[in-house]
Design a protein around this ligand. Structure first.
Ligand SMILES: Cc1cc2nc3c(=O)[nH]c(=O)nc-3n(C[C@H](O)[C@H](O)[C@H](O)COP(=O)(O)OP(=O)(O)OC[C@H]3O[C@@H](n4cnc5c(N)ncnc54)[C@H](O)[C@@H]3O)c2cc1C
Length: 631
């Protein structure tokens, strides 16, 4: 018998970026939640660069925020420097990127988790799962405590079986010298889960006062007031700049001469590393013709002198790292405070999960974050909030939430993971998303907030802010779509000034705005708005009108996908019994267990012909069932 106070509805193992979002969502939905972490002072630790956002990743943060999660707010509470990226490119890839204060970010999450009723925090290592007849019952810890729960979420990050490599030296460790979790992997295997091994790496941290920034290109925060959260306070940030230096032939020579002491190139590391954040030694070997790589020097905190070296990930020996760093302009006298390293860790290949992040093998057991093979705070937080929501819904006996690929980057991320799996750290990219113009950074609130609101994750005050903004957007759009601009000398003068052709007949203001050179501000000079509009309202209306044609085209594609999604695959389908399916496809479909025809079509190796056969089979079954019911 376990004591009553050790009985919970949901237990979250790990208080990293996924775990904190999961625990907050679960407790906010109203179920009793326990968050267990190896060390409470490293909750939501930014183990790599303390930066949030950028294309695709920033989209994820906005979606977490729109659902009522915490990442956007934690970012706003800790921003040192913030910029728009890709402003010269299309609206689909524009995104904010913030450099955060590592400690403030952690403190925001810790304080928020501490304050939430129904959420308990405890510092303990989970060593075993408690599973009975394929159903999760709770967890056991290193202190001999047993906690019961109806759902458990694993978010163990890079700590599970963590092993750090610096040159040919290696030791058991979590990131940044944290303690690793050494025992849980065995229990996962015993419970029947497959466990794999991945690796990632990070850069040296150097002392700010030993860098000569005078000759380096400086990158300041944008001058426009900005924030990440839909409910944040926009500010202009000053005082913290990022600087650009570059590797050179000397750096590359040092790297080449030390490759025989690299754990990556001598085969000491078994885990597969991230393709999109390769180490500097990887870059030098893979692109021998490139004589220079950009390296950004970025602050980690207002209360620390440590500087992160973006793009300079390495696991070469310490003495080589010193030489490499000192070969960079501005860093000739740099002092390394913490060396770069690679870390290997255990993950649970995500094809073992349903799209709501519950494992197929163990009912009530969910996985989120790096344990599912992803890399990144944003990817982790995104899965965390979905796992937290679904664990709470499971406890309440309600339907699971699954976001689809036309609804959210989170939907793309989870669908890719559970349908295609990954054997290298998966990072979100805009190119992974087929409906990019629908899933923009600006409109996550419109796409997702109704879900957060229904779940109780968005309170009245915040909901009213959104409603007011949406109303203003709608009214302004209607105004532009319903107002004609007539040719006149003054109108044509304004158009000429904007570099646009003059009018000789009336035109709708919305049509005029579709011209690439015409901004909302130009239209405003011709037909001024009735009231002052928020910049967010102006930007959204402009995007919606300018890209209307493309958006409509994408909506048609979505409709086609939705039709395929409507064809549900019966749970008891026996792929072996379906004639004509390729054997490889049968194996994959049996493993992935897709929910519908659209998902089946995305399983790697499954061909359009397989889908046709499957469709005929499902139709045949449906007709037979109908005839039986009618008989
Ligand atoms: C070296 C390194 C390089 C990285 N490089 C990049 C990069 O280039 N780009 C990028 O976007 N991201 C990078 N990251 C990734 C980023 O740090 C992670 O993706 C992110 O932190 C994962 O979040 P998570 O919540 O899944 O796990 P984590 O943030 O790792 O948190 C896991 C938490 O679980 C706890 N825990 C683990 N096991 C147990 C247990 N058994 N019992 C109790 N508590 C437990 C730990 O204490 C920890 O607090 C890197 C991380 C590291 C370490």
């Amino acid at each position: 018998m376990i004591p009553e106070e050790n009985r919970y509805d949901v237990i979250v193992v790990g208080a990293g970026h996924a775990g904190c979002e999961a625990a907050l969502a679960s407790a906010r939905i109203g179920v009793r939640t326990l968050l267990l972490n190896l060390y409470l002072d490293n909750m939501a630790l930014m183990a790599c660069n303390p930066s949030i956002g950028g294309p695709a990743k920033g989209h994820l943060t906005r979606e977490i925020d729109a659902l009522g999660g915490e990442q956007g707010k934690a970012t706003d509470a800790s921003t040192l420097h913030i910029r728009w990226l890709n402003t010269s490119k299309g609206p689909a890839v524009r995104a904010l990127r913030a450099q955060c204060d590592l400690y403030d970010y952690h403190r925001h999450y810790k304080r928020t988790c501490e304050k939430i009723p129904l959420l308990d925090l405890r510092q303990e290592e989970v060593t075993d799962l408690w599973v009975e007849e394929g159903v999760i019952k709770g967890v056991k810890t290193n202190l001999g405590n047993v906690y019961g729960a109806k759902a458990v979420i694993l978010t163990t990050g890079t700590y599970l079986g963590g092993k750090v490599h610096i040159g040919l030296t290696n030791f058991a460790s979590g990131p940044l010298g944290q303690i690793p979790a050494t025992k849980l992997t065995n229990s996962l295997r015993q419970a029947g889960l497959e466990v794999g091994r991945l690796k990632t790496g990070t850069t040296p941290r150097i002392h700010r006062d030993t860098v000569d920034f005078s000759g380096l290109m400086r990158q300041d925060s944008d001058r426009e007031p900005l924030c990440f959260s839909y409910w944040g306070e926009k500010k202009v940030y000053e005082g913290y700049a990022c600087y650009l230096t570059r590797s050179n032939e000397k750096t590359h020579e040092i790297i080449r001469k030390n490759l025989d002491r690299s754990p990556l190139f001598t085969g000491v590391i078994e885990g597969v590393g991230p393709r999109y954040c390769p180490s500097i030694e990887d870059r030098v070997v893979k692109f021998p013709d490139k004589d220079s790589h950009m390296v950004f020097l970025e602050p980690v905190s207002h209360s620390s002198v440590e500087i992160y070296m973006q793009n300079f990930t390495t696991s070469l020996p310490f003495d080589a790292q010193v030489e490499m760093v000192r070969s960079l302009p501005g860093c000739e006298k740099a002092w390394i405070m913490r060396p770069g390293y690679a870390i290997e860790y255990d993950y649970v290949p995500p094809t073992q999960l349903y799209p709501w992040l519950e494992t197929k093998k163990i009912k009530g057991l969910f996985c989120a974050g790096q344990i599912n093979g992803t890399s990144g705070y944003e990817e982790a937080g995104a899965q965390g909030i979905i796992a937290g929501i679904n664990a709470a819904l499971l406890v309440k006996g309600e339907d699971m939430i699954v976001l689809d690929r036309s609804q959210a980057y989170i939907g793309v991320l989870i669908d890719d993971l559970v349908t295609k799996g990954t054997n290298e750290p998966y990072r979100m990219l805009t190119s992974r998303c087929e409906f990019r113009l629908l899933l923009r950074h600006d409109n996550a609130d419109k796409r997702l907030s109704h879900i957060g609101r229904k779940l109780g994750l968005i309170d009245d005050e915040r909901w009213n802010v959104l409603k007011k903004r949406w109303k203003a957007i709608e009214e302004e759009r209607k105004r532009l779509e319903g107002t004609r601009v007539y040719p006149s000398d003054s109108v044509n003068e304004i158009l000429k000034e904007a570099g646009s052709s003059t009018l000789d007949e009336p035109i709708l203001a919305s049509e005029l705005l579709k011209r690439p050179e015409i901004t909302w501000e130009t239209i405003g000079k011709i037909i001024p708005p009735h009231e002052v509009l928020e910049k967010e309202v102006i930007d959204r209306v402009t995007l919606e009108i300018k890209y209307d044609g493309y958006v409509k085209r994408q909506l048609k594609q979505v409709e086609r996908m939705k039709n395929m999604e409507k064809v549900r695959i019966p749970e008891d389908i026996d792929y072996d019994e379906i004639p004509g399916l390729l054997n490889e496809s049968k194996q994959k479909l049996k493993k992935i267990k897709p929910q519908n025809l659209a998902q089946a079509g995305r399983v790697s190796g499954v061909t359009p012909a397989d889908i046709q056969i499957l469709w005929i089979e499902i139709e045949k079954r449906r007709r037979q069932r109908k005839e039986k019911d009618g008989a």
